[in-house]
Ligand binder design. Structure first.
Ligand code: HEC
Ligand code: HEC
Ligand code: HEC
Ligand code: HEC
Ligand code: HEC
Length: 218
């Protein structure tokens, strides 16, 4: 008889294997330590990009809202990277001959997307969606840091399980009003806990359920 594993069973099988192997011997502890280090979690690397795109310039100095380029962030699981046409709304007018922008013009002419190197990625056994976080009042900055100050994009926070769970255990103080979702400089007020709790009550946060394994591994 042929046994087909469901995608869920497959995820758990892989988690079991990774977890099991990690406990297999003392030497594995070093491996886990290595896996948790900044090197593996990529928090300090600015990978080479085909175009030296600067968030500091576009999002910070020019003040273009995140959602102008990452337009699916409120409506879908993925934020999405902008199509070349988005760059060209401006760069067909300004810096039209810059060598730096040659790959952008080529991408438009050839109708092939620019191949950006991803900096913020989860392993495929972790389930994540943007839309629910945005809808419930978690700002971009809480997970991606001060993107508006980055000349070249890097991962500001390690996406460890601990990082996700620390907030899922007690999201209240991390929540902000909707009109500050993409506001990078927003600071919780001294009344953050009370305000967060008000937002949490209003948004119907499911306290106590958010740390269950199946929320992120399914
Ligand atoms: C709303 C307008 C606008 C959009 C959209 C836009 N840019 Fe720019 N970009 C500018 C301006 C303005 C400059 C600065 C020109 C100058 O300094 O004289 C610039 C400069 C640049 C530079 C030169 C380096 C720097 O940052 O100073 C690069 C590279 C660049 N843009 C890439 C892109 C890419 C790639 C996209 C699409 C993902 C994009 N831009 C979208 C307005 C825009
Ligand atoms: C003008 C378009 C534009 C704007 C505005 C913009 N971005 Fe981006 N963003 C890009 C492009 C292009 C990339 C891919 C290249 C790179 O990583 O720098 C990117 C990459 C990213 C990444 C890394 C994704 C990954 O896994 O590689 C994050 C996170 C991000 N943006 C967040 C933001 C946030 C938060 C804002 C608002 C403060 C913002 N962006 C504003 C164009 C934009
Ligand atoms: C709760 C944490 C969290 C918040 C809030 C958040 N992100 Fe992300 N973001 C992530 C994670 C985790 C990934 C990697 C997802 C993956 O690899 O499946 C990611 C990936 C991205 C990417 C890469 C492309 C993609 O679609 O996955 C972009 C761009 C991005 N985020 C932009 C934003 C913007 C803009 C905001 C605010 C409007 C935002 N993020 C808010 C956690 C977050
Ligand atoms: C700063 C706070 C914060 C961080 C960090 C955070 N989350 Fe969340 N997450 C929330 C909130 C708030 C909700 C919405 C809870 C609700 O609707 O009851 C949520 C919901 C979710 C859901 C949807 C649950 C469902 O049933 O639909 C998933 C999946 C999720 N988070 C995964 C992650 C992962 C994976 C990470 C780490 C990469 C992460 N989250 C980091 C606050 C956070
Ligand atoms: C809020 C989201 C979230 C919840 C809830 C969660 N995890 Fe995770 N888990 C993650 C993320 C993110 C990673 C990836 C960590 C990395 O890449 O370093 C991960 C990785 C793992 C791994 C791989 C080994 C490791 O430690 O890096 C195992 C095993 C695991 N989780 C088991 C569990 C179990 C069992 C539960 C329930 C008690 C659970 N997870 C609940 C987000 C979550």
């Amino acid at each position: 008889m042929v046994q087909n594993f469901s995608p869920v069973a497959d995820t758990w099988l892989r988690l079991f294997l990774i977890g099991g192997l990690s406990l297999a011997g003392g030497s594995m502890i070093a491996v886990i330590g290595f896996a948790r280090s900044a090197y593996m979690t990529d928090t300090d690397t600015r990978p080479h990009q085909p175009v030296p795109f600067s968030h500091r310039h576009h999002a910070g100095e020019l003040g273009i809202d995140c959602r102008y380029c990452h337009s699916n962030v409120e409506t879908g699981p993925q934020a999405g990277l902008p199509p070349t046409e988005t760059c060209m709304t401006c760069h067909s007018q300004i810096w039209t001959n810059a060598t730096m922008l040659e790959p952008v013009r080529k991408s438009l002419a050839m109708n092939t997307p620019i191949e950006w190197t991803r900096v913020a990625k989860l392993p495929d056994y972790v389930f994540f969606r943007h839309d629910i976080h945005i809808a419930k009042g978690v700002g971009c900055e809480s997970c991606h840091g001060r993107i508006d100050q980055m000349a070249l994009t890097y991962r500001a926070k390690a996406f460890t399980m601990q990082f996700c769970i620390d907030c899922h255990r007690d999201p209240g103080p991390h929540l902000r009003p909707q009109d500050h979702i993409t506001d990078m400089a927003w600071q919780p007020s001294p009344r953050a806990r009370k305000e967060g709790e008000e937002i949490a009550a209003h948004e119907g946060i499911r306290f106590g359920e958010l740390t269950h394994c199946y929320v992120c591994h399914r």
